[in-house]
Design a protein around this ligand. Sequence first.
Ligand code: AKB
Length: 318
Amino acid sequence: MKNVLIIGSTGQIGSELTMKLRGIYGGANVVAGYIPGAEPKGELLESGPSEIVDITSPQQIADAVEKYNIDTIYNLAALLSAVAEAKPQLAWKIGIGGLFNTLEVAREKKCAVFTPSSIGAFGNDTPKDKTPQDTIRNPRTMYGVTKVSGELLSDYYHTRFGVDTRSVRFPGLISYVTPPGGGTTDYAVDIYYAAAKGETFECPIAAGTFMDMMYMPDALRAAIEIMEANPDNFVHRNSFNIASMSFDPEIIYAAIRKYVPDFKMVYKVDPLRQQIADSWPNSLDDSCARREWGWKPEYDLDTMTRDMLEKLKARFGK
Ligand code: AKB
């Protein structure tokens, strides 16, 4: 990677990935693509170039790639699972129409492309525990449909046109920097905010619902390491299972109470999010990513919990 374009640079992953890539490749070499209304601010704005790049506009993608001599595109534009269920047409337009636009520009301009997939690519027919890399997917949410279609389209562009497409299936991502919006796993971020502020947490996901989760520093490393990896060792491309921890609301609640003993949680289950969570795996088998490009997580639930609470308490002056 020499010159990188991030599409969706102000979102949950993009805001941190852009800064991390600028630290590695230099501020001037990492372009923050954004849409009007989601402009970069502060450090993100000041540390390097930014351009309006709406993924639904092939011309805007091509213009940014041309102007900055881009060789690698991180395509982070997407609606999360619960929002995608509320706006399925828009989810398809951004997730698949946008990916198609990106891949076409990448084919013409010879760029590598990273596009995140998700545990949401799996569905009710998928084996639940230690879900294998290659197995039944069959999601029944629009989010899942766009993720599986995106994996297939990315592999197609690789085998048919030689575009260097790579991807990981992200679990729920937990971070204290930019909050997620409209995901099924968001509760595992919101619970830390409530604990750090001293508020009671209303949990929208039922006890006993296990999902894979990951701390953002590990997720950023995965996105960078897979793009830096030697492709000669790849058997897979789109998309690799990656994993670091799996828990249900009771387990994360207990992990937080170790540091905030008077923290309170009550359940107020959201039927849509619960239905989506019930269709997702409990935990993924990430052995192919470990074998093919050396993936290894660094954080577990306890080390993540300590860091999240320390950062958020400092922010809220607690
Ligand atoms: C969501 O909950 O929609 C996302 C995901 C797991 O893909 N965080």
